[in-house]
Each structure stands twice: as C-alpha cells, then as structure tokens.
Ligand binder design. Sequence first.
Ligand SMILES: [Fe+2]
Length: 419
Amino acid sequence: MTKKSAPSPAKPVFLDQKFWDNFAKNIWEKKPLVLKNVKSGLLELGNVEIFDLLVLYANQCRKLNDPTGFKFYIDGFKADAEDVLQVLPEKSDKSLLGYHARMKALFPDYCLVCDELLQVNLKKQHLLAEFTDELYRHVGFPNRFSEMGLYLGNYRKTPFGVHVDSCGVFSFPVVGTKRFRIWTSEYAKKNPALDRAFKYDKYKKDSLLLEVGPGDMTYWPSSAWHIAESDGSFSATWSLGVWVDHPHKEMVAQAFNSLLEQKLGPTGKTVTTPFKSLHSKAGEVTELPEAYKTSIQALQSLTAKELQETFLKSWMTHISLQGFKTIPHIAVKLSAKSRIQLRSDKSMILWQQGLTSKDRFFFSFGGALVESTKASGFLKLVKALNAGETCLISDFIKGATAKKDLSSLQALANAGAFV
Ligand SMILES: [Fe+2]
C-alpha cells in the first residue's frame, strides 16, 4: 500500500509587476481569479491582529454609543443599531474563535460586517494602500473609491442572497475556508430568478465556485453575480470592493458644477424662470428667457485657464483621498505653537498654484481643499512637512494672514493630515 502524501502547498505567488501587468490586461473587469499562497503585505494582517482591531473599534463604538461601521445579521436579517452594540467583540473573548464561541451559543446563523476596521489603525492602513496603489497604477485611479470590509461569522449564505454590486471584489480569507459562487451577468440576465435567490440548486451547474483559505486571494469583476456559501463553520474574510460606477463624465460634471456655482452667480440660484412668451401660436419655441442669455454669456467668457484650474483642483481633491472613501483621522487641535508632522510620509499634502492668479495656492488632504493667498509661509510649511520635517507652525505662518492660514491648516488637520 502506498502512503498518500499530503498535497504540497501551492508555489507562492508574488504580486509583482509581471502579475499586475497580466492582471490589468487579462483579468480586471473581465474574469474571476483564484490565487493560492499569495505574498502581499495585506496578508500580514493575521487573526490575532484583526481581533485586536475589532475590539479597539468595538470599544470606540460602545463609548460613542454608535455602532456605525458595524452591521450584524441574524439568520439573514439585519439587526437594529442598538442591538448591534450588544453583540460586538469584547476583549474577554480573547480571540476571533472566542468571539465566535460566544456568538454561536446565541445565534445558529450570524454575520458581522465591519466596514471601517482599518480606520482605527494607521500603521496597518499602509498595507492596504500598498496593494491599492499598485492596482491603481495598472488599472487606473477609481473615480469613486475602494472600501475594505471584514466579514465574519458562521452564516451559510450571504445575507442578501445572490446579487451583483457595482464593484470589483478582492477577497482575502483570514480564518476558515471561503466559497464564492459566481455567475456571469449574461447568465443572470437570462435567469432573473437568480436575483436575491437563496435557493439556486438548478443554476449551480452553470456557476463557478471559487474556494480560498487563509493566505489566498480571489477576485471577481463588477459584472459577476455572486453569493458566499459555507457549511456553517466559522470564517473571517477581508473584502476589498473597488467601485466602478462613476464614469468620467460624472467627474467632469462634478467639477463643472463647482465652476458654474461661481460663474452663474445669483442667476444660477433662481428656482423659477421669468419669460415673455413660451411658444408661438403654432407651438414653435424660439425665445430663450433672459436667465439663459446671461448664462450663455458667462459660459462664453470661460477661459482655458479657468477650466484647467477647476479640473486640476477637482482632480487634486479627489486623489487626496488616495482612492478610499475616507482615511483614518486623528483629532489634532492646532495652535501657532504646535509642532506638527505628516501622519505618514506616504500621505503628502497636495498643492497647486492657481492658474487664473499666481497669488492663489490650493492645498488638499483627505478630500479637504483649502486656499491661501500669497502663500509663501504656508507653502514653505507644506513643502517642509512633505519633505518629512517636524515643523513649529509659528516659524512659517505669521503676519496678517496668520489667522486665516491657521484655520486652513486646522481644516487639513481635521481631515487627518497630521500627528
Ligand atoms: Fe457582494
């Protein structure tokens, strides 16, 4: 009798340039992928660290009496916010499995989702940023954002059944085996009964089953219909959703809206439009009300520089969020005597010089945008901070604009720029 040898572990896969080139060309938004034994900083987040992060975040929620960021499902039904606070992980659970033991005794089928876990840990957030930076470099910067969620529990099916999201999804199991069942959008269109289905046995033969465990990664495109399945054993999984539902024209419209706000002045705010006549006796419409004529004039006076400045400001503000919905905040109250440094050398304060007036400078961090006029001190401070220096604010910000500049700096601090 020959002894059956254990399956040898898959060869490690490094997420290097070659991987990303191939991913962007052949996989992204095209087809699902399973990778075993992936070497990425993101997988450094093991179950011990994740449990600690969960308790830290749960403690915050209990203190604020606000479970925002957590969702809890029992037998597929979403629990009310006040009930969620009662079932969050506690230090006395000691581990993810300890938490599971406590929950299992209460609920035969539960699912805890935490969307904002990395918000509580600046040191770990960069592991995610390293992954997304590489992704964005190869597939483009998301016009919306990416969000990372942790899903844990013994739930047998995704609480909302078979569904499709407007995001491509990367999953990284931390504990247990995870199975995702996938159908193409063409198939789901032909079989509308799949939508939100929990019973789909007759469609299984046409599905693709992605099965992954700790150390592995899976990806499916935004068009894929999917559901997570389990035999009722415990699992914990990171899931990174990259939203792809915001086309470029929306970006242009958004930026243009802010320009219209300035350009159209009070006319832009009117909610009824005075007119002389609506149409001729024959029904022909020829006359444009005065408000439109004024607006046309305003648009015709737009210069290339104004457009360029508007779009650059909008793009800068967008990328200052680093492709995330939000970035971690640390409350720092500033005064002229504060010594500040960037919270991370990878999270610089972005800036641009005005194009319509060289005296105007715009600065952005974490989605906040501030302006400083004749900003020599402010700009020097930002450049020093971006170079990694720790700065005493009063060394840079002084004189007549000091008060305004300090409040602009506070707006960047509120967005999480400094420690
Ligand atoms: Fe989903």
